[in-house]
Design a protein around this ligand. Structure first.
Ligand code: SF4
Length: 891
């Protein structure tokens, strides 16, 4: 039973679902993680990442002390140095020569401090955030249509809808708890229909009644076609359009200008698929359209968002239970960053930098005469300005642009050329932190206090349950100290995050008479104790309100935040789409990038967890079976993907889930965990002209089988350092590390000495080795006493041995030669069954166990769960189990 006295209520630091988490401190110092049954985002559920949070809070590889030019420094030295360089740069080059690049990972209080320091103190708007890469097109679409960045609905709408359209979103992997809520809703409402619109048949297709494998950026044509159909049907809500919108006639005219043939050709969908989709929408009053990066990360992302919103405005399906357009955010506090003005074109509290009245409010409130009058540089332009030498000081917080920005190699070169680079992070090494002149140790998830906002406007507390190690301090404190040292003691006189939150709440209410959506004035006078015990609440929470989560919605009866209080239907066209879809013969494949189920962003947290690393432990490229055959690429071959910007080496995964001519590569792998798999180096710096969001899903590339001599796999007790191999990928395993690698030479050329040197194996003992040169393979293992130090397998073709089985040997006792021979055999005996690839990370259930249960008559996901435990904790693996059952049945 849980003793609530030892329990901290906090929130998950990963995706924008914003699940509540209970952390129980156990007597041995470890923690137990559970979903918070009272949190309105998840009601006790967690996905695999949330469930494994306890694996990620260790102190290994933490940045513990400030450093200047690689040497340990005191906080005073580091902060004085930053403040004095900032003053000097402002005097010599002006405030716009300083830039901040922040993150949807930091808390709202951190964000508020960063925004105030840059816009209120330094006097520039050159602060942008990695949320620009995630949902800037949604912000732009909301602002164009609603006059403010307002998410109209709430999660409950998913349970009340009769039709859920999931477009450009792999909810099963990227927002798993929302996916589980829909699965549950279907059990209660068998009539609920789900449509998935995605070029790939992702795991989310598991619940889809209709999957539309749309061409990249074909969404505009699809929703223009829908608007045209709506305008001719009975679901067109003339009363709503007349009373609460403007511009609908022009929007419908543009929609009508597109012929059915053009819609078919731009969407790549058949007439029957289009008809079914349109009929379902027209006949389902309660419709929610959920979208995320597949819509936003496009050169026409803002237009896609408005094409979707137009359909909901035309039908009046907005702001009522079970209806509305619904942008779900990628990051835990992307919404908080939007609210607090973390984007270069916003002021705090949803106020606009280009609105003079808003500038007056913020300037007066901050007592700042420095407030900029024009927007700052958005992410791509910001790093271009760094490359051009216009930025003399760059402060990067909690993000890793060397991995995640488009044209990532150019971004790395730009950062290397910047005269002063400050990076605040929790890790001792990241691809970006390693380039910093000044490194500032930040408090990590379990060590800091503040608030975050999730995708349904719900603000929740993140609470510390661990002391910050070494000299790590909260991000807001770093910035407040710099502000004070720049002579602004009064403006940055915060003692704790509650002080910041009260100030933020007061600003949101300042001269706000309901004409601005974001208002949390109810919190401006609450004391530290109230802040400490804050319950999740949705905004708005205006002065006098009792903050709570009541599934508030916007716009059922108008009340938009435009000057005339009417929504704007934007006359969207398909201009710009054909440019995105064309390919050159040289770079004939369209590269889609995205997330996998068990990793998060650049893996600085999830790669610490052996169980999260077990599901997909290597960077890979999904390629259609026909393309692979034509290019003579086999499953598990290493492949090169390249274009004029760079080349990556990843594992081929042949699949019929992806369209021919398309590739998918995850965005997570960095130089810390792989030789050359930073996929964003191949993504050009193309952006949506309205939102500035990069088009991360439509780079043009070529793919070929990599020329290598040997494929290798090793398990290692110690983490190898400084590997220099044509290919390698490291993943944590229970008792050490798994290493996939490749050599230029054939297996016959390998010797125990050469392998030992190449993999940096630290063992003086002679290895046990086996060479089968006829079959072009060799195996060797090093032992220290009866413990395994390393076992290595090498072959001229991709190795088929079970990684799970070989990894499990690291923790064994190997005393006799017969036992040791089993290690280099790499094949499980009868007494040591092989789980196979791990499918359920929570319950550690592998593919072979699921297949075995199926062969014994377990034919449903629930039956597999009962027999093996798979899918019975968070349920994130259920779609994959269903797929395995389907495949086994087919075999
Ligand atoms: Fe965390 Fe998973 Fe919930 Fe997202 S869905 S907030 S990753 S537990």
């Amino acid at each position: 039973m849980t003793d609530m006295e030892n329990v901290t209520r906090t929130t998950c630091p990963y995706c924008g679902v914003g699940c509540g988490v209970l952390i129980e401190k156990l007597t041995d110092g470890s923690v137990r993680v559970k979903g918070d049954p009272d949190h309105p985002a998840n009601y006790g559920r967690l996905c695999s990442k949330g469930t494994a949070l306890a694996d990620t809070i260790g102190l290994e590889d933490r940045l513990l002390y400030p450093q200047i030019n690689g040497k340990r420094a005191s906080w005073d030295e580091a902060l004085d140095s930053i403040a004095s360089r900032f003053r000097q740069i402002i005097a010599e080059d002006g405030p716009d020569a300083i830039a901040f690049y922040v993150s949807g990972q930091i808390l709202t209080e951190d964000y508020y401090a960063a925004n105030k320091l840059m816009k209120g103190a330094i006097g520039s708007a050159n602060i942008d955030t990695n949320s620009r890469l995630c949902m800037a097109s949604s912000v732009a679409g909301h602002k164009r249509a609603f006059g403010a960045d307002t998410v109209p609905g709430c999660y409950e709408d998913l349970e009340l809808a009769d039709l859920i359209i999931l477009t450009g979103t792999n909810l099963a992997w990227c927002h798993p708890v929302l996916y589980q809520r829909i699965v549950q809703a279907r059990k209660g409402n068998p009539d609920l229909k789900v449509i998935l619109i995605d070029p790939r048949r992702t795991m989310t297709a598991d619940i889809a009644d209709l999957h539309l494998p749309i061409s990249p950026d074909g969404d505009i044509a699809l929703f223009l076609g829908l608007l045209a159909e709506i305008s001719k049907s009975g679901c067109y809500n003339g009363d709503y359009v007349e009373a609460y919108t403007c511009g609908m006639q022009d929007a419908v005219s543009e929609a009508n200008a597109l012929s059915w043939d053009e819609i078919q050709s731009q969407t790549g969908l058949s007439s029957q698929e289009l008809r079914r989709f349109y009929d379902l929408f027209i006949n389902s009053e309660k419709t929610v359209t959920v979208y995320s990066q597949g819509v936003n990360q496009s050169r026409v992302g803002s237009n896609k968002v408005n094409a979707i919103i137009n359909c909901h405005l035309a039908t009046g399906r907005i702001g009522r239970p079970g209806m509305g357009p619904f942008s779900v955010t990628g990051q835990p506090n992307a919404m908080g960053g939007r609210e607090v003005g973390g984007l270069a074109n916003m002021l705090a509290c949803h106020m606009d930098i280009e609105n003079e009245a808003h500038r007056q409010i913020v300037g007066d409130f901050w007592q700042s005469e420095a407030l900029p009058t024009k927007p700052g540089l958005k992410a791509i332009d910001l790093f271009q300005a760094v490359a051009d030498g216009k930025i003399k000081a760059l402060w990067i917080m909690s993000t890793n642009p060397v991995v995640s920005m488009p044209d990532a190699n150019a971004v790395r070169a730009a950062i290397q050329s910047c005269p002063l680079v400050i990076v605040s992070d929790v890790q001792a090494h990241t691809d970006t932190l390693d380039l910093a002149h000044i490194k500032l140790p930040a408090a990590a998830w379990g060590e800091k206090d503040g608030t975050v906002t999730n995708s349904e406007r719900c603000i929740s507390r993140q609470r510390a349950f661990l002391p910050a190690p070494g000299e790590a301090r909260a991000d807001w404190w770093h910035m407040a100290e710099v502000g004070r040292r720049m002579g602004l003691e009064a403006q940055f006189d915060w003692q704790n995050p509650a002080d910041i939150f009260r100030e933020y709440a007061a600003l949101s209410a300042e001269h706000n008479d309901g004409t601005r959506d974001f208002d949390i004035g109810a919190w401006q006078d609450r004391d530290d104790e109230a802040y400490a015990s804050m319950e999740p609440f949705q905004w708005p929470a205006r002065a006098g309100d009792v903050p709570s989560h009541t599934n508030q919605r916007f716009f059922a009866t108008g009340g938009f935040f435009t000057p005339g209080r009417k929504a704007r239907a934007i006359a969207v066209t398909t201009d710009g789409v054909s440019q995105a879809q064309s390919t050159s013969p040289d770079h004939a494949f369209i590269l889609n990038t995205g997330r996998v189920r068990d990793h998060w962003h650049t893996m600085t947290r999830t790669a610490r967890s052996a169980r999260l690393s077990a599901h997909l432990s290597e960077p890979y490229c999904e390629i259609h079976i026909d393309d692979a055959k034509r290019l003579e690429i086999g499953d598990n071959d290493l492949v090169w993907i390249e274009n004029g910007l760079g080349r990556v080496t990843v594992r081929a995964m042949i699949s019929d889930r992806i369209k021919s001519g398309h590739l998918f590569v995850p965005m997570h792998w960095t130089d810390q965990y792989s030789a050359n798999a930073r996929i964003d180096q191949l993504v050009p710096s193309v952006k949506d002209p309205v939102s500035g969001q990069p088009a991360s899903k439509s780079a043009h590339v070529r793919i070929s089988r990599a020329r290598i001599g040997s494929y290798g796999f090793a398990v290692l007790r110690d983490k190898p350092q400084a590997l220099s191999l044509p290919y390698w990928t490291l993943a944590r395993s229970k008792d050490g590390w798994r290493l996939e690698f490749a050599l230029e030479e054939a297996p016959a050329a390998a010797t125990p000495e050469s392998i030992k040197a190449a993999l940096a194996i630290d063992c003086a003992n002679e290895p046990l080795a086996f060479f089968d040169l006829g079959k072009h393979r060799c195996r060797m293992a090093w032992f220290d006493g009866d413990k395994l130090v390393a076992s290595v397998f090498l072959a001229s073709e991709p190795l088929t041995l079970s990684r799970e089985f070989v990894s499990s040997q690291l923790g064994g006792i190997w005393s006799g030669i017969a036992q040791r021979a089993q290690v280099i055999a790499g094949v499980p005996g009868k007494e040591t069954p092989d789980k196979g690839k791990i499918i359920c990370a929570c319950m550690n259930v592998g593919l072979h166990e699921i297949a075995a249960a199926k062969s014994k008559g377990c034919c449903s996901v629930d039956a597999i769960g009962k027999a093996t435990g798979a899918g019975t904790n968070c349920g994130s693996c259920k779609p994959e189990i269903a797929e395995i059952l389907h495949d086994v049945a087919a075999e």
